[in-house]
Design a protein around this ligand. Structure first.
Ligand code: ATR
Length: 292
């Protein structure tokens, strides 16, 4: 990675960071620092382990220190909605903030603006990595936490024909299904496993992040033979148990690297005002995640 091309840190270096817990395995610093280097920007991207109890203080702290921007990851995306000065249309629409831009006004006051770059990134990745157009598709979505909710609403907004929501805690899936019925009445949404086949299974649970995690899909309830493709939002490990089983069943598969790339590229553009060097960012992610 061309980290060596990064301008030396000095008093003018602009800072961005990702806040999360856990954060140690984030690939975002590698991706963004490679992009800063490629564009010759005197910027740096850091990662901080932040307990949710300190999230408000952490955002206020970096705002006071004139950071350029932030990314927020698990478990901060919903909490941050109430911790910024204003929400961009994307954050209002999806009800979660994964990107913050600090804007310095002429009065010297900084404003924290919250954005959501995750939702669009999901469908961009499905199109690129699985050649899958969500419109008219039948989808089984596993998970109804923060990531699951954003994925469900985005897929509904892209007019999937049928959306099946499955979650360990069914009430959370019911809640999302209710939202979809109100906001996107043309989408046929149900809680539970489909009887017939689908085009796509998406894992938006956190199951698979740890080596000893079970697969998020109960194959006695739904066979992988009944889907064309499987997308796992997890990118580390690069091949989860779910993706390995899906490959063995002959499905097309992709991990969450493409989604990470596209949400990051949009965030980069929001902070810097410059087009993101996508190829450089993808390469940096691949090196970080696959080690080659
Ligand atoms: P994120 O922002 O990544 O979505 P989250 O909001 O904590 O994180 O959601 C985690 C998702 O993984 C949820 O769907 C959760 O199921 P519950 O809503 O029932 O908690 C799911 N999940 C986490 N651990 C799980 C486990 N051991 N078995 C099944 N589902 C699990």
């Amino acid at each position: 990675m061309p980290q060596s091309n990064l301008a030396p840190i000095n008093a003018a270096t602009r800072l961005c960071a990702v806040l999360g817990s856990p954060i140690a395995h984030s690939a975002s610093p590698a991706m963004h620092n490679a992009a800063f280097a490629a564009l010759g920007l005197n910027w740096r991207y850091l990662a901080f382990e932040v307990n949710p109890n300190y999230l408000r203080a952490a955002i206020a702290g970096v705002q006071a220190m004139n950071f350029a921007g932030l990314n927020l990851t698990v478990p901060h995306k919903l909490l941050a909605v109430d911790m910024v000065d204003a929400l961009d249309a994307s954050a209002k629409k999806w009800g979660a903030v994964n990107t913050v831009k600090f804007e310095l006004g002429t009065d010297g006051q900084s404003r924290a603006i919250g954005f959501n770059t995750d939702a669009d990134a999901i469908t961009q990745a499905l199109r690129e990595d699985l050649k899958l157009d969500p419109r008219g598709a039948k989808v089984l979505l596993l998970g109804a936490g923060g990531a699951g909710r954003t994925a469900a609403l985005k897929l509904a907004s892209e007019q999937v024909a049928e959306l099946f929501l499955v979650n360990r805690t069914p009430s959370k899936a019911e809640e999302i299904a209710g939202e979809i019925k109100t906001q996107f009445p043309s989408v046929n949404v149900a809680v539970g496993f489909p009887k017939a086949g689908v085009d796509l299974v998406v894992n938006a649970t956190s199951l698979g992040l740890k080596a000893d995690d079970a697969s998020p899909l109960d194959e006695s309830r739904f066979s992988l033979k009944k889907t064309r493709a499987v997308y796992d939002l997890i990118y580390r490990p690069a091949e989860t148990k779910l993706l390995a089983a899906a490959k063995a069943a002959g499905c097309q598969t992709a991990n969450g690297l493409g989604m990470l790339l596209h949400q990051g590229a949009k965030a980069f553009e929001i902070w810097t005002g410059q087009p993101a060097p996508l190829a450089v960012m993808r390469r940096a992610l691949e090196q970080n995640v696959y080690g080659h």
